[in-house]
Design a protein around this ligand. Sequence first.
Ligand code: ZN
Length: 126
Amino acid sequence: MQHDEPIDPFHGDPTDPTAGLSDPEGDTYGELSTQERADLLADLAELEVYQVLLSPKGIRGLVVDCEDCREPHYFDWDLLRGNLRHLLDSGRPRVHEPAYDPDPDHYVTWEYARGYADAVDDMVEE
Ligand SMILES: [Zn+2]
């Protein structure tokens, strides 16, 4: 399968929030493939950017449409980061722990966050 992932914005950056994860050699990561780990690290890096950009706007996290439950789950930033880290560390997802009694107004989709980050990126470059 061909993957076309965005380049990790923190690649080579000493402040990389994903740096310092235990065991960079990667032989304790369970069933995750190298590609899956790379995707998760990219998600974590993106999450960091989105939180910095969107938190000041009152956004508390992301909403994810759950294919299993067929309903949206709301994740606070910290919860989402914890889930991704857990998946990285254990190779097993921990997805069904959405935020308690969330206000949908305070959550956006990955797509929205990505679009927002891209727009900010463009403004900075111009
Ligand atoms: Zn679910």
